[in-house]
Write a protein that binds this ligand. Structure first.
Ligand code: GDP
Ligand code: MN
Length: 389
């Protein structure tokens, strides 16, 4: 689960990490009101920041530093409601429905801090870099040595000496080292206690008066841990998510929309990955990842179909099911009833194996619909690719 910058900063603040003063606003009047209060409170600058679940907002025109109320009003007008396009939003961009109005900081240096899980070592890695502010992925690709890493041993956690190593690598001044250690320890604690999967502060700044602060923050949480974080669930902003993915999550379907034209309906994440691979191998391109789960019922199959078919790019549906907990005849009944209720017009290609496969095939054959059945996974994939050509 992703959250907005202003929400991530509220979490950081709870863990003692310094963040600029500011407030979220969802309307023009609210935003102007916050800007007014910040200027009245002595702010020399006010920053207007688009809140969308994507980075690169600065380059895309979604972050503006203003020096007076008039300029702040202009920036609010320009950014609120705009269709913000960044390298992370895709070509259509994302509509800006919330703003963070924040006191401007006088930046001395822009640095980077981040924690991610390193799957190679199965351990968390705390990263720091002097090359903050810009795209860290680019830094990692062009000059990996510019990113310093401390691997965290799960049994002992993030140690103060590791924070000191990172602080020195950032070239901080001697009098800033203790502050940096405290701040990084807070960041680590926030990561662990919220079951985050990614936490990035980019830029992590030093100010001209020697202070440290998080000027931007991104946190992703582990969906599988949300059951023990009721307080985090409320931070979800479905307006930022793909509408089809939101719909799918209501029926406990694991769905991710992709750009191709062959929709996939599969049970089991591993089989879903293999199905996407074999479609590519056969020369096609998958329209989605969809795992209906091991125990799907006929109703879920129908909902899954509904979601697949509301993607206008879909030219064929490839169903690849191994009947285990989900019996093949149950699946077949779901497919037939979906075909009846939804009036499916695109070709449906199936590859079925497992429990009750014979009954399943019979149900499909007697349904009166023209389903295409593949002998093997590869055969079915080739038939699906041929069907869209
Ligand atoms: P991102 O582009 O989505 O990562 O958004 P950021 O929050 O990182 O902001 C982008 C850039 O705007 C930062 O790297 C800063 O250079 C600039 N910026 C943001 N806030 C301030 C501020 O308070 N003062 C100044 N001078 N620049 C800022
Ligand atoms: Mn940033």
């Amino acid at each position: 689960m992703k959250i907005h910058e202003y929400q991530a900063k509220e979490i950081l603040a709870k863990y003692g990490v310094a963040v600029p003063r500011g407030e979220m606003a969802a309307t023009y009047d609210e935003a102007v009101d916050v800007a007014k209060r910040l200027f009245a409170g002595g702010a020399k600058a006010v920053v207007v920041k688009a809140q969308i679940h994507a980075g690169g907002r600065g380059k895309g025109g979604g972050v503006k530093v203003t020096k007076n109320l008039e300029a702040a009003e202009d920036a609010i007008k320009a950014i609120l409601g705009m269709q913000l396009i960044t390298h992370q939003t895709g070509p259509l961009g994302q509509k800006v429905q919330r703003l963070l109005i924040e006191e401007g900081s006088s930046i001395e240096r822009e640095l980077y801090l981040g924690i991610v899980l390193d799957r190679a070592t199965s351990k968390l890695v705390f990263m720091a870099s002097q090359a903050g502010g810009m795209e860290i992925e680019e830094v990692a690709a062009k000059d990996p040595s510019a990113i310093v890493k401390e691997t965290i041993e799960p049994a002992v956690g993030f140690m103060p000496y590791q924070a000191r190593n990172l602080a020195f690598a950032l070239g901080l001044k001697p009098e800033q080292i203790n502050d940096a250690v405290k701040l990084m320890t807070g960041v680590y604690k926030a990561f662990i206690e919220t079951d985050a999967t990614l936490l990035e502060i980019n830029p992590f700044i030093t100010t001209t008066d020697g202070k440290l602060a998080a000027l931007d923050c991104k946190i992703n949480f582990d969906d599988n841990a949300m059951f023990r974080h009721k307080e985090l669930k409320d931070l979800r902003d479905v307006a930022e998510e793909d509408p089809l993915e939101v719909e799918a999550s209501k029926y406990a379907l694991n769905y991710i929309k992709l750009d191709g034209n062959i929709a996939c309906m599969v049970n089991g994440a591993g089989l879903a990955m293999a199905t996407m691979d074999i479609i590519q191998y056969a020369g096609g391109s998958p329209a989605n990842f969809l795992d209906v789960g091991g125990g799907a019922n006929a109703q879920q199959i129908e909902h899954a179909f509904e979601i697949l078919l509301s993607d206008k790019g879909v030219k064929a549906v490839f169903i690849n099911i191994f009947g285990g907990i989900l019996r093949v005849d149950t699946l077949a009944n779901g497919v037939v009833s979906a075909a009846k209720n939804l009036g499916i017009t695109v070709p449906v290609i199936l590859r079925l194996e497992g429990t009750n496969v014979e009954q399943g095939r019979q149900i499909l054959a007697e349904s009166g619909f023209n389903f295409i059945v593949g002998e093997t996974m590869q055969d079915a994939a080739e038939k699906a690719v041929a069907a869209v050509q």
